[in-house]
Each structure stands twice: as C-alpha cells, then as structure tokens.
Design a binder for this molecule. Structure first.
Ligand code: ZN
Length: 376
C-alpha cells in the first residue's frame, strides 16, 4: 500500500466515524446499545406470573441526585431492569441555584428513552417530611407540581400526602429506620403512619433501602398486609454505589405481575405480590418467598447410592443466592447455592424429605423461610 492510499483509507475511515456520531439521537442510542452489554437477570416466573425486576426509588439532579434523568435510564437498561421510577424530592432541592426547579421535568426528559429501551417508566415523586414520619414515595402520580414545598413543618405532613392520595398514587413509606441513632423513637410504627394506614393511604414500606435492611418494616408489612419494597434510593452514578458482581447487584423489588405492563405492575403492587432483593438477601411475605424459592431450586432424583446413603443434585436456576441449613432429617448439614449453580446433598436411604432453613431468606425480622425438600 502506498503512503497516499494509506492516508486515504485512514481519512475515509475517520470521516465515516465522524458521520455516524454526528447523526440524530436515535443513532447515538443504538451505538450505546451495541457497545454495552445489557444484563439478563435470571429469575424464573413464579406461579404463572411474570417476575419483573423493578427499582421504584432513584434521584437525579432535579433534587439531590448527581446524574441527569436519562443516565438513570441507561443504567437501568444496562442492569436489566424491567421497571423504574425516578422519585426526586419535592421539598428538598439543594441544586436549585444550578438546575431550575421543575418536579415534572425528570419524567419528561427520560420517558422517551425508557420507552425506546423497553423499560416501563412509572412517574413518581418523594414526599420528604421531617423525621418522623420521614419520607414517602408516591408512584403513578399525575402532575408533580402543586405539592407542599415546605419540609420541616410536621403540621403540613397530612396536606403533603393528600396531594398524592388525590392522584390515586401507590404510596410507600421509605427507610423507616433512617436516622434511628440520631432521633429517638423514630424507628417505630408512628401515629402518623397508623392514621394513613387506617385511611388506606399507605400501601407499602421499604424493607431494603440500598444496603440497609429495615427489619421491623418486614414485620409491619406482614402484620398490616402492606407491600414489601426494596429500592436503591440511588443518588450517585449506580456503579459507584454498587460494585455490580455475582452477588452484589442493585437492590430491587421483584414484582410478580400478570403482564409486563404498567397496569399489571400496579395491580401486583396493590395485591402485595413482591419480594425485596438486596445483596444476597431476600425478604417478603412467606407465600411469595416460598413460591420464589420453589421456582428457582430443583432437586434431581437420586443419582447414586453408597453405604446406605443416596445422592441428589440440587440446582439453582436463578441469579438469587440461597444458604441452606438442615433443620430436620438425616442429610447434608448445610449447602450454599450460588447463583446459577449446582450442589450435591446426601441423605439416609429411607429419608423421604429433608427440612432446611434458608438463612438469607427472611419472612419476618426473626424468621427465615423453612423448606421441605422431597427426595425421590
Ligand atoms: Zn430518596
């Protein structure tokens, strides 16, 4: 190749590249997609319902977050979410000298990109009252303007929530154990929440917020039939807060929905069909945690026997993690089922089943899921 033709081909290649990058926004998004890998989080459907991966609590520059709304969509796409909500604070706007306050703007800026990437994007906001009672997320809202803007005056708490109630929002209480060490009595079933509960104006509670496990919230959800939620409440770039690896993924709510639609997500949230997932932990109402476990884990018929013991293979067909400790029966004392992995257990020749406690699956603050493994 002559020096001239080498120059020409470099020049041509360079100009093609410039041309591709200077085209419209759709092409830029296509390039983003082709250069990034979207995670495919494997969690089987449960009992005829679609298992949707959802994060209903995140922030942008439009309140105290550090990223633009469209970046939240890119992160959600890359991490395999089905459903997301941006929930910027109404009453807390620390960037207001740099970003014009407009509570509807995050939704407007990100909704097209979410639609183009097959992400169900729910309009939401965070009602940010002084603690207690603290913060509440409202999902499926209409206009986000016209809410109470003043934060510290607890006498306006009811008025602040009532705007979301008027909009028929799905409302959940955020991180109830937040500031537990600073404000005595804050981590309780406070009167204000009790009043909302009696009026059916609060519908769920965050059991996981980021890496925080609010254990009392799980008991409150079970005892009051409220929906168990798990969210990131992410403020920074997601990859900075979460070292996304095999076990550490972004915190989320698994929603068991009839269809992969916004209406079905809402129906499932109202019916309480959720399990919250953070790090290696899952938490939820017993029925849902149990169904989820059974959908993920299967046990083979005995594949070997020796010295009066039978051998079985246990398969985890999911990205969840299970830590199983024997409670009853003559069998292997404990196994860890890593995501998408197999393990071997052995049992006495006459053993019909083995009972295990799943140490990382919570159905109350002090109670783990108990499973019976039938042996064939
Ligand atoms: Zn928040």
């Amino acid at each position: 190749m002559s020096k001239f033709s080498l120059f020409l081909s470099i020049f041509l290649a360079g100009s093609l590249l410039v041309h591709a990058q200077s085209d419209n926004g759709v092409l830029r998004m296509d390039e983003f997609r082709s250069s990034k890998k979207r995670d495919n989080i494997i969690i089987p459907d449960v009992g005829g319902y679609h298992t949707l991966k959802c994060d209903f609590h995140m922030h942008t520059m439009f309140s105290d977050g550090l990223v633009w709304p469209t970046v939240r969509v890119q992160e959600a796409w890359q991490e395999g979410l089905d459903v997301m909500a941006i929930t910027d604070h109404i009453e807390y706007q620390p960037h207001s000298k740099d970003v014009i306050v407009n509570h509807n703007r995050p939704w407007e800026l990100a909704k097209d990109m979410a639609a183009e990437n097959n992400i169900i994007f729910i309009k939401g906001t965070e009602i940010t009252r002084a603690t207690p009672p603290g913060h509440f997320n409202a999902l499926f809202i209409g206009d986000a303007s016209g809410y109470v803007e003043e934060r510290e005056d607890n006498s306006k708490d009811k008025e602040a929530i009532s705007k979301a109630v008027e909009q028929d929002a799905f409302i959940f209480w955020n991180h109830p154990g937040w500031k537990v060490s600073q404000i005595e009595g804050s981590y309780e079933w406070v009167d204000f929440v009790d009043e909302l509960y009696k009026e059916r104006s609060v519908h769920g509670i965050e059991v996981f917020n980021g890496f925080g496990f609010h254990k009392k919230a799980l008991d409150w959800c079970v005892d009051h039939n409220l929906t168990v939620m798990g969210t990131t409440d992410v403020h920074n770039v997601i990859g900075y807060d979460y070292n996304l690896g095999e076990i550490v993924h972004r915190t989320m709510t698994l929603v068991f929905a009839k269809e992969r639609t916004e209406e079905s997500v809402r129906e499932a949230l109202e019916a309480g069909r959720t399990v919250a997932w953070a790090s290696k932990y899952i938490a939820g109402k017993e029925e849902h945690v149990e169904n989820l476990f059974n959908a993920c884990v299967e046990v083979s018929p005995a594949f070997h026997s020796k010295n009066d013991r039978r051998y079985f293979e246990v398969t985890n067909n999911s990205d969840l993690y299970f830590e199983m400790n024997l409670k009853e029966g003559d069998g292997t004392a404990g196994i860890v089922l890593f995501p998408r992995s197999k393990q071997v257990i052995t049992a006495g020749a006459d053993q019909q089943n083995l009972t295990y406690e799943v140490g990382n699956a919570f159905i109350r603050s002090d109670k783990n899921l108990i499973v019976d493994i039938p042996l064939k």
